[in-house]
Write a protein that binds this ligand. Structure first.
Ligand code: BDR
Ligand code: CA
Length: 317
């Protein structure tokens, strides 16, 4: 199984990503970042989820704020704790006595050429790790990110939350030269669970029912705040290329982050044109491809993700 480190800000959909990784990948480490709530909450949530799923995976806390951007949180969607809506167990351990960046570097060194770094929160920890250790980009098999999008944003008209939280970090990561997969809102919003989908988890035990409670909360929140009827399973989508590539189509292309202050700050700008091999005249040519950009999710993906939750649950009961 592919070794993976999950850098996350749990977060309801981060919690789903964590279980999806447990089911289909070799989850070596979890690092946390501010985002859906403060770092204190997201770290506590990661540890609670580990207890719920009986995982001894190492957890280290990372950045508590962006590199230069002002600090925002996703409390309007994810609630006061970042994981409102369910009774979660108290953590039964503390995070490691090391920074997330150290754990990223240690894990990547141990699994040289094999480790996938999956980022489902702001990219601050990942950018710091790449800046601190230039060899990291050779050690990683790839970075896969939930972030950005090519349509409507969810923080501003055009910017998605994870990228908007720390646009400078996101741009550093996209420019780092590591093979990178990016799945944005235009795709993840098509991987949404309805109340009826969520109810299918109720046949399971404690873990599956807790996830159903969380997803019910998340769905209601997204409907209230963003007017969408289904709960988008944003974060597990980032793992798809290393779990089952047939569940998502990608295009190898150029994506950059708008950093200038103003209405487009934090937007991801993707090359989606198909330029012919002719003189371009007034048109700007394409910049070199730097990411595999998700384009099309399989209709089977929702079922695959929910089944993973039930599978992990069944192993505990
Ligand atoms: C992303 O923002 C967070 O609120 C979610 O956990 C997801 O990572 C979606 O824009
Ligand atoms: Ca997240």
């Amino acid at each position: 199984m592919t070794p993976v480190l999950l850098d996350c800000d749990p977060g309801h959909d981060d919690a789903v990503a964590l279980l999806y990784a447990v089911r289909h990948m070799d989850l070596r480490a979890i690092t946390t970042v501010y985002g859906n709530q403060t770092l204190e909450h997201t770290t506590r949530n990661a540890l609670s989820l580990c207890r719920l799923a009986q995982l001894d995976t190492p957890v280290a806390a990372g950045a508590s704020r962006p590199l230069v951007a002002p600090h925002i949180t996703g409390g309007a969607v994810h609630g006061k704790t970042g994981l409102d809506g369910a009774e979660l167990p108290e953590p039964d351990r503390a995070p490691l006595d090391m920074h997330a960046v150290e754990l990223i570097l240690r894990t990547a060194r141990e699994h040289r050429g094999e480790l996938v770094l999956a980022a489902t929160g702001a990219l601050t920890n990942v950018a710091l790790a790449l800046a601190l250790e230039p060899k990291l980009k050779e050690w990683l098999r790839g970075i896969t990110i939930m972030g950005g999008g090519t349509g409507t944003g969810n923080v501003t008209e055009v910017a998605e939350f994870n990228i908007y939280c720390d646009p400078e970090a996101a741009e550093m990561v996209l420019r780092a030269g590591v093979p990178t997969w990016l799945v944005g809102l235009d795709v993840t919003r098509r991987v949404g669970v309805s109340a009826a989908d969520i109810a299918t988890l109720r046949v399971g035990g404690k873990l599956a029912n807790t996830m159903a409670d969380l997803l019910d909360f998340f769905r209601a929140s997204l409907e209230r705040v963003q007017g969408v009827a289904t709960a988008s399973l944003h974060d597990p989508c980032a793992l798809v290329p290393f779990i089952d590539p047939s569940l998502m189509e990608y295009r190898h292309t150029n994506v950059r982050v708008e950093l200038a202050p103003g209405i487009a700050r934090g937007m991801t700008v993707a090359e989606l044109r198909r330029l012919g091999n002719v003189p371009l005249g007034h048109m700007r040519g394409s910049a070199p491809a730097n990411v595999y950009l998700a384009r099309e999710p399989s209709p089977k993906l929702v079922g695959h993700i929910l089944q993973a939750i039930l599978d992990v649950d069944a192993k505990l009961n």
